[in-house]
Write a protein that binds this ligand. Structure first.
Ligand SMILES: Cc1cc2nc3c(=O)[nH]c(=O)nc-3n(C[C@H](O)[C@H](O)[C@H](O)COP(=O)(O)OP(=O)(O)OC[C@H]3O[C@@H](n4cnc5c(N)ncnc54)[C@H](O)[C@@H]3O)c2cc1C
Length: 524
């Protein structure tokens, strides 16, 4: 993973010249004056942990599994939001942990938590490091240091229960590894977020992730049937039946807790038979409203495809353009929906029934071309972000969800807010996940960088968050809260809601060492 950007450096995407011209002409994008910092130029504070604490950490996990070298510290600094990348590009390593610790078992995690609590060292559970909400930055104030607890060594498929269709897996497994292990038995998890290549199972559970095929396979929190959690007070073993009436479901307390309550050390996950057939196709709708109505009908009356998403007019126009054809964009491209079907024989019937609903709702079938093209490029967009940043454009995404009846209001509120903050940015949106009662909206924003692009974006993001709260949406459908959404989350659940979370944290993490400042404000 690139330390100041996204993904495999070999897959870096160059900015096509026509796109560069379009950005200049349409948004006034100009190359930034200051070049990005090199790895050696990143400014790091000296390691704050004492040699004694480092020695005690080593005694738990072994010498090679505690690292405090610059390379390890820089690669565990923050996550992968655009502000995170901007800070790294500016050489700002101020949020780097003092050490990276790699436990190899649940027992080691428990012992590390005990030790860190005793020495008052903050602990940041670290999965794939792909958080886009500031979920990997701990408050230092009041702590003897900060440790990144990298779960990469907890990467086993422990067991498969083929009768119940569940698999017990460790949290450090990245999605491709997890899928490979399951594929040897003809199984799949069916979780395909855009961060697929790097994000981990533990991170998905901790941040309530949702994948691109969630219409069919469900969100990640729907897949979790059980889990083991190491806390400063001992172990929680949760989930002994698919559903239960035995009181509140404590699994839900850990899902979305973003490392602030405990460390997930194993997950029991619902699995599916790996599909033998996959078909993705495109549909055109006259407008976003018409397309939304069609998706709502499918979500409410069925049948629901495995993948279902709808781009608004702007996203359709930009997305349909090939780089060489950018000058000749059709303004009346309408709105593109992608419907995908994964399964076996049942795919044909499912597709026919869904197609009937989509055409009755005004959709025009575009064949498999747009669907294949979407499937081919589904993980490539983040690679373009690095080139856009280098070219002087800020590009970032934000997302929300709401009930169907409120979705148009939410859509307008976010767009208006971004325009008010940024002048004339390019704002694209798609419905990324659908439910019977509502859907999520996923926005991509591109704007020319000001002299201080970080402050410019943070102000715009804050206003967009306030607009979301005012318009009755949730501050996040699948990215989580982290530090960046904390205020909006407080507005969403109220002070009493925050008090409940604080009470839970105080019980599970009395010294407040777990991810201080993430999810809820630290201290009292
Ligand atoms: C380019 C890009 C595309 C993305 N696309 C999607 C998408 O399509 N869908 C989506 O849902 N999200 C997406 N995300 C966001 C991100 O990938 C998710 O939030 C993901 O769940 C994070 O997983 P991770 O393993 O990287 O966790 P990390 O980023 O390492 O951690 C996320 C949070 O969980 C905590 N944590 C991690 N592991 C554990 C554990 N074992 N126990 C307790 N706490 C833990 C961390 O402390 C942190 O607060 C995207 C991010 C990027 C950069």
């Amino acid at each position: 993973m690139l330390w100041s950007g996204w993904g495999d450096p070999a897959k870096a995407a160059a900015l096509p010249e026509p796109l560069r011209e379009l950005l200049r002409d349409m948004l006034g994008v100009r190359a930034p004056q200051t070049p990005a910092a090199s790895f050696g130029e990143v400014r790091l504070a000296p390691v704050a942990l004492s040699p004694l604490v480092l020695a005690e950490l080593r005694a738990v996990v072994g010498d090679g599994h505690v690292r405090s070298d610059d390379d390890a510290r820089i690669r565990h600094t923050r996550g992968k939001s655009t502000p995170d990348l901007m800070r790294m590009r500016a050489g700002d390593g101020s949020d780097a942990p003092d050490a990276v610790v790699l436990p190899g078992s649940h027992a080691e995690v428990t012992e590390l938590l005990r030790l860190c609590a005793a020495h008052r060292v903050a602990v940041v559970p670290f999965g794939g490091g792909t958080s886009v909400v500031g979920g990997l930055v701990a408050t230092r104030r009041g702590f003897a240091g900060v440790v990144a607890l990298d779960l990469a060594r907890l990467n086993r498929l422990i067991s498969v229960d083929a009768e119940s269709m569940t698999a017990e897996m460790e949290p450090g497994l990245r999605t491709p590894q997890a899928e490979q292990l399951l594929a040897t038995r003809g199984l799949t998890l069916g979780h395909f977020p855009q961060s697929y290549e790097y994000a981990t199972l533990g991170g998905f559970a901790a941040a309530r992730s949702s994948g691109q095929a969630s219409a069919g396979y469900g969100r990640f929190d729907d897949m979790v049937v059980g889990m083991t959690v190491a806390t400063s007070r001992g172990t929680l073993d949760l989930g002994r039946a698919p559903k239960s009436a035995a009181g509140p479901d404590l699994r839900q307390v850990i899902l979305g807790s973003e490392g602030a309550f405990g460390v997930i050390t194993s997950l029991r996950l619902r699995i599916r038979r790996a599909p033998t057939r996959r078909i993705y196709e495109g549909w055109r709708f006259a407008s976003f409203a018409a397309g939304s109505a069609a998706l709502r009908r499918l979500a409410q009356e069925g049948p629901v495809p495995t993948v279902l998403r709808l781009s608004d007019e702007t996203e359709t126009m930009i997305g349909l353009a090939r780089p060489g054809e950018l000058g000749g964009l059709a303004a009346d491209a309408g709105c593109l929906a992608i419907a995908g079907y994964e399964g076996s024989e049942e795919v044909t019937a499912l597709r026919e029934r869904a197609a009937a609903v989509l055409s009755e709702s005004g959709g025009v079938h575009l064949g498999t071309g747009p669907g294949e093209s979407w499937a081919h490029g589904r993980y490539s967009a983040p690679y373009l972000r690095d080139s856009l940043l280098a070219a002087g454009a800020t590009v970032e995404t934000l997302e929300t969800a709401g009930f169907w009846s409120n979705l148009p209001r939410l859509y307008d509120a976010v767009r208006l807010s971004l325009r008010a903050s940024l002048g004339s940015p390019l704002v694209m949106c798609h419905i990324s996940h659908v439910y019977g009662t509502g859907a999520s909206l996923y926005f991509t924003v591109v704007t020319a960088q000001s002299g201080d692009p970080l402050t410019q974006w943070e102000a715009a993001k804050r206003s967009a968050g306030e607009a979301i709260v005012r318009a009755g949406g949730t501050i996040s459908h699948h990215h989580g809260v982290g530090r960046d959404h904390r205020e909006a989350y407080t507005a969403e659940i109220g002070e009493l809601g925050v008090e409940i979370l604080r009470g839970i944290k105080d019980r599970l993490d009395p010294r407040g060492i777990l991810n201080p400042g993430v999810l809820i404000a630290e201290g009292r």
